[in-house]
Design a protein around this ligand. Sequence first.
Ligand code: NAI
Ligand code: MG
Length: 337
Amino acid sequence: MTTPVTLMAGDGIGPQVSEAAVRVVEAAGAKVEWDRQLAGMAAIERGLGPLPDETFDSICANKVALKGPLTTPVGEGFRSINVALRKMFDLYANVRPAKSLVPGGRYSDIDLVVIRENTEGLYVGVEHFIGMEKDPQAAAESVMIVTRFGAERIVRFAFDYAVAHQRRKVTLVHKANILKCTQTLFLDAGRKVATEYEGRIEFEDRIVDNTAMLLVVDPYQFDIIVTENMFGDILSDEAAGLIGGLGLAPGANIGKDAAIFEAVHGSAPDIAGQGIANPSALILAACMLLEHIDQSEVAARIRDALLAALRGDVRTRDLGGKATTQEYTDRIIEELK
Ligand code: NAI
Ligand code: MG
């Protein structure tokens, strides 16, 4: 039985890293059938909207998708399609594992997971400028929205993930010392959920700025971090930095009815079209996808091959090597057993 999977190649380096992921997944013998769809700039260039109906329908039908990075114009232009997809499909949990793969980095043996609330907080897009006298943009305000429902469900997701993946501890990260309503609600909701897992999974809470520092000073104390949208966005990039950069960091956006897997990194316009992007993050995202559709055995073989390739001498430039995207991908395929 093959599983249909929506594939959005993405913008910038997206098409290259997506092609690499498709090649590796196929070479490993995964039972997936790609349903290729347009999104982002690629769709706009063909005279469509950034998220065409056909793409939306495909994700609705398949319920699982692999997505390359999509460019979001800064300031002017459409709002982020990534944010739109998360909202439309209520992909409330963003799971970003940070696990050391390459020896010789600043840290070794990092193994933590950032679980970010993906639909609320400051990213709900409730914001506007406020005009004063002659300046139409004299001030601006953004509203942070936290609901008890949203907070409880993300913290519960984090604990369930911890149980399912045999992890030991959940750290809830917040800023309740300053944001007395939104963050206190998040913290209280989390504490309540934590009591259901007492004796099974350890629980602690930490303030976000302190967490950012501790992640650099002693990252090993963390296991699973659960936090609201913007804090999670920032801390997960920091965590990616601990393991050698964005080229190695995968992510999953998971909801009740659908899941979209992607790299943490963006479309990297500075290196787009040069054939030097590191496809590892998207390949690892594809592994998370395969686990999600019960093809864990294939995922494990791909991970082993990727590790073997990384430990050899074929590395992309972001990891200090000289290999092109294609040479590195070829190497992973050679290593597949
Ligand atoms: P970025 O992640 O695209 O790039 C940051 C830096 O990391 C750049 O120097 C880039 O060359 C490098 N880099 C990223 N991925 C790499 C890879 N696979 N291999 C080698 N080097 C890599 O972040 P940036 O520049 O802030 O954003 C560019 C565009 O991507 C923006 O339009 C942004 O909105 C979008 N973006 C999309 C995301 C998504 O689709 N989920 C996530 C983050 C950003
Ligand atoms: Mg981000």
